[in-house]
Design a protein around this ligand. Structure first.
Ligand code: FAE
Length: 543
């Protein structure tokens, strides 16, 4: 591990002078979809009866960090991913579809889209699509829909790329058992450097049409006395400037987000996973889903894996053995697996904290209706780059989000992250054979109240009102969902302080399920940094 600590506050150009790997990743973003696909294609599906030294379940942030660092330590790694590889262009020449024309590539095994913002001017905007192993899973539980990325790269494929390090004064509440000095001195800088984090050039921000919506958001925040902050992102800002200049194919400026970005965004495919594959020691099996992990002879584990077709049907069941298994299936995926395996007798020794401590990172959305003299612009970059920080005074951090509809909406749109205290639990339902989550929709009320500390004040100051046409018929708050599932296998509770499932030597959790429900900002930098911390310890002491 040769990375040198860096400031978590990485400047726009700062990361470009960093490691060669990051330069390589940045260069990749400008390639055509076909060229990117060729660069990334390396999948050799796992075979029935195989033995692997390290098996990683899932290819999101936690899984990618684990794979890279294990491979660099000389360990052969096989990654199992239930989603597709997303390395092959479709008939339109593009790997991913955009938000304006969602097709079968958009949703995981749905026959109708389920857009997070699903109404416009009070009319539903969801549409029928063919059932397919698409990229965005809108997973429904009783009281909440949890959005997650499906495919090689996990959430990095679908997310907005907002790469935010929590304020240090908030860290004690985010991960109480973790040494903050180590995180801010070593692991946050390492994560930021590897992910290729940068910020928009403020001068370009002030002049480009595609951030008019964000400038309106800034003006309104500042006139009400709220701190406005630029938010780092893993999008290639130089590429976006070229998009605006019309010299390269458009992605952020073509409504690409939620269902993948064909250019510009440095997803894990361009960063951690590219480096992992370059070691020659990491193999990925897409469209493979882990269904069981149980102890086997000789301290190994038996892992059962279903191979899927693009209709979601099982075409083969494979049983392999692994010396070590890393659960990196995301907060929901890992929690569901562990809860089921404990309840059904495969891993009965898991402790009673498994499934507990799940939170939604306090997500809640809303829109404000602006005056006709305050347009937000018909061209909106799909990549958010700024926010309103009222965490200390009101318990809310609101990102100023785009509404990339292609028409003037006169709306300001926000995703707030709030200090919601509620925590839910996953439990095994033997009658249905499913894992349930006991989150209640009414538990969003504290989030709404915290978001209102910002937007009631802005509305009063600006003489504006909330939009009521974006989440239903006369509905102000997008309170039915989260983009940021966290917890379910909480660090130092369900696991030891480094993610070890101590009853089963060789089993580890290394994803967002370790974080107890809230990060005060967007979560993936914290998930990545924590994974860096934990895998370093595991490699040093367990291998
Ligand atoms: P994750 O990235 O979800 O990866 C888990 C992987 O495991 C997925 O690829 C699954 O398909 C796979 N998997 C699950 N179960 C199985 C199984 N049984 N067998 C095989 N594979 C399996 O986990 N965060 C930010 O910080 N900034 C943002 O701007 C941001 N925007 C977002 C926008 C959207 C629409 C969404 C959905 C999320 C956003 N997030 C954002 C959240 C972020 O993507 C998320 O916290 C991380 O991706 C979670 O990382 P994990 O490694 O925990």
């Amino acid at each position: 591990m040769s990375d040198s600590p860096r400031s978590p506050h990485v400047s726009r150009r700062g990361f470009i002078t960093g490691t060669g790997s990051i330069l390589g990743a940045a260069a990749l973003t400008g390639l055509s979809p076909a060229a990117r696909a060729h660069t990334l294609r390396a999948a050799v599906p796992i075979t029935d009866g195989a033995h692997v030294p390290a098996l990683v379940i899932g290819t999101g942030y936690g899984g990618s960090v684990a794979a890279l660092r294990l491979a660099q330590a000389g360990v052969d790694v096989h990654m199992i991913e239930m989603g597709m590889a997303w390395d092959t262009p479709g008939p339109d020449g593009k790997i991913f579809c955009n938000t304006l024309s969602p097709d079968r590539r958009s949703y995981w095994l749905r026959t109708r889209t389920k857009a997070p913002l699903n109404y416009f001017l009070g009319f539903p905007i969801d549409r029928d699509i063919p059932r397919y192993t698409g990229i965005l899973d809108a997973e429904d539980f009783g009281g909440i829909t949890v959005y997650q990325g499906r495919g090689v790269g996990g959430g990095s494929l679908v997310n907005g790329g907002m790469a935010v390090t929590p304020r240090r004064e908030n860290f004690g509440a985010v991960l109480p058992s973790v040494n903050a000095d180590e995180m801010y001195g070593v692991y946050y800088p390492r994560a930021n450097a590897e992910l290729g984090v940068g910020t928009v050039d403020p001068a370009w921000f002030d002049s480009t049409a595609c951030y008019q919506y964000a400038r309106v958001g800034r003006k309104h925040a500042q006139r009400s006395g709220f701190p406005f902050v630029f938010v780092p992102d893993v999008y290639d800002w130089d590429y976006m400037e070229q998009e605006a200049a019309g010299t390269v194919p458009k992605s952020a400026l073509a409504g690409e987000i939620l269902y993948g970005n064909n250019h510009g965004k440095k997803s894990l495919q361009q960063t951690y996973l590219a480096r992992a594959r370059a070691t020659g020691k990491v193999t990925v099996s897409p469209l493979h889903k882990v269904t069981s992990v149980a102890p086997a002879a000789g301290g190994r584990y038996t892992v059962v894996i279903e191979q899927l077709n693009t209709n979601g049907e099982t075409t083969a069941t494979k049983t392999v053995t692994a010396d070590r298994v890393f659960f990196a299936a995301g907060s929901v995926g890992t929690s569901k697996l562990l809860v089921r395996l404990k309840a059904t007798g495969a891993l009965p020794g898991l402790n009673d904290e498994v499934g507990k401590g799940w939170g939604d990172n306090g997500n809640v959305m809303c829109g404000r209706a602006n005056h006709l003299w305050d347009p937000t612009g018909k061209l909106q970059s799909s990549i958010p780059c700024c926010g309103i920080d009222n965490w200390a005074a009101g318990g809310a951090f609101a990102e100023i989000a785009p509404l990339p509809t292609g028409i003037e909406t006169y709306a300001s749109f926000y995703l707030s992250i709030t200090r919601n205290p509620h925590r839910a639990q996953f439990s095994w339902n033997a009658a249905t054979g499913r894992v349930d989550l006991n989150w209640q929709t009414s538990w969003k009320q504290p989030s709404i109240d915290m978001a209102r500390t910002i937007f009631d004040k802005i509305n009063a100051k600006e003489g504006t009102i909330y939009r009521t046409d974006l989440f239903g018929v006369y509905k102000i708050w997008g309170d039915q969902l989260t983009y940021h599932p966290l917890g379910g296998a909480v660090l130092d509770r369900a696991t030891d302080n480094y993610g070890r499932l101590t009853a089963y030597p060789g089993l580890y959790v290394i994803d967002g399920s370790l974080i107890p429900g809230n990060t005060s900002v967007n979560p993936f930098v914290t998930i990545t940094a924590l994974a860096e911390r934990n895998i370093e310890k595991i490699i040093a002491t367990d291998l």
